[in-house]
Design a protein around this ligand. Structure first.
Ligand code: ADP
Length: 353
């Protein structure tokens, strides 16, 4: 079975085609400048037409969908109701879900007989207990507006825990694992015997770790304080927290960890501070997730920083497990979200066939 994986963003469409008999990647690529002013690719329909011209046969399509809220706890075959559900989630993921939906609708038009599956970034975290996902706000905000922790990068966390179980030759239900997805966006999850029990991103991908340009956890009162002090609009404040903070904001140099390590080695104090804060936050989360799981068998690093920067991994792990009776296994596992989406799509198609 040939499965096409589509990651449809606001101005780009990434794609990969897999032959699932051997999980072989047949081709992949990206269409850029989708729906941008002056671009030849005027919308997602045109972008997908270009992609499909390169492909001779597709049996099913798997779509990455960022937000499934509480509606979607696992991957689903796309029908009218699912499209309606994804559209409803646009309110809480206005930057991502509309673009994901545009990709789905374009594929429906272009390949009307081909089955499509939606795979949600949030689904893996739907097993969190209520005491981990409800915020300390009036409860009606959860009930009326769906304000709660959702978590993101779920496909990546799920992929690497499965790989970890395979590498350690132990079933997931016998393992307590912490997964660190450290890229430009960063998140960390606690996976207790196969169930995700906590994750650092929240209602949006801004909560938790310090990231390339996002601040992660801060005192929420700072939002009002800064808006008042600088007379910022809500949009300007949102930009500050999401685009000018994190490693970039602290260092004043770059959001790229490689650049910061280089500058730190040349004596730059702010680059060093940005790295120290980054490492400290990851280590703090590892400590708290070890406590809530009452132990730790394996710590997994993945994504750009996690996979490639041994010095950062070493700083995070240094002394972190001194209190444990047994050192956990430390694993570096390259993430493969597209393959995970292809596997999930394959699973759904087989189940309905
Ligand atoms: P994204 O969240 O955009 O997918 P990545 O997973 O590509 O991000 O991670 C980007 C981060 O990883 C940057 O801070 C970059 O400096 C760091 N990094 C370190 N080594 C590499 C590498 N060999 N390739 C890509 N990114 C790397």
């Amino acid at each position: 079975m040939k499965i096409l994986v589509i990651n449809s963003g606001s101005s780009s469409i990434k794609y990969k085609l897999f032959d699932m008999s051997a999980e072989l990647l047949l081709l992949g690529g990206m269409i850029e400048h989708v729906a941008e002013q002056g671009s030849k690719v005027k919308d997602h329909y045109e972008g997908l037409k270009i992609i499909l011209e390169k492909i001779s046969r597709v049996d099913a399509i798997g779509h990455r969908v960022v937000h499934g809220a509480e509606k979607f706890k696992k991957p689903v075959l796309i029908d009218k109701n699912v499209i309606h559900g994804i559209r409803q989630c646009c309110a809480i993921a206005p930057l991502h879900n509309p673009a994901n939906l545009a990709g789905i609708l374009a594929c429906k038009k272009l390949l009307s007989g081909i089955r499509q599956v939606a795979v949600f970034d949030t689904a893996f975290h739907q097993t969190l207990p209520d005491y981990a996902y409800v915020y300390g706000l009036p409860y009606e905000y959860y009930e009326r507006f769906g304000i709660r922790k959702y978590g993101f990068h779920g496909t990546s966390h799920e992929y690497v825990v499965n790989e970890a179980s395979y590498i350690l030759k132990k079933p997931l239900n016998k393992l307590k694992i912490i997964t660190c997805h450290l890229g430009n966006g960063c998140s960390i999850s606690a996976v207790d015997r196969g169930r995700c029990v906590d994750t650092s991103m929240g209602f949006t991908p801004l909560e938790g770790l310090v990231m390339g340009t996002r601040c992660g956890d801060i005192d929420p009162a700072l939002v009002c304080y800064i808006m008042h002090k600088k007379s910022y609009s809500a949009q300007r404040m949102d930009e500050l927290l999401n685009k000018s903070s994190g490693l970039k904001g602290i260092s004043g140099i770059s959001n790229d960890m490689r650049t910061l390590v280089d500058r730190k080695n040349k004596g730059d104090k702010r680059a060093k501070l940005a790295i120290d804060i980054f490492v400290y936050r990851v280590k703090k989360y590892i400590g708290s997730y070890t406590a809530i799981m009452e132990g730790l068998d394996a710590l997994v690093f993945t994504a750009g920083i996690g996979e490639n920067q041994a010095d950062i991994r070493e700083q995070i792990c240094r002394g972190a497990f001194a209190h444990l009776k047994k050192e956990p296994k430390i694993l570096v596992i390259p993430t493969n979200e597209e393959l995970m989406i292809a596997r999930e799509t394959f699973g759904v198609i087989q189940a309905v066939s």
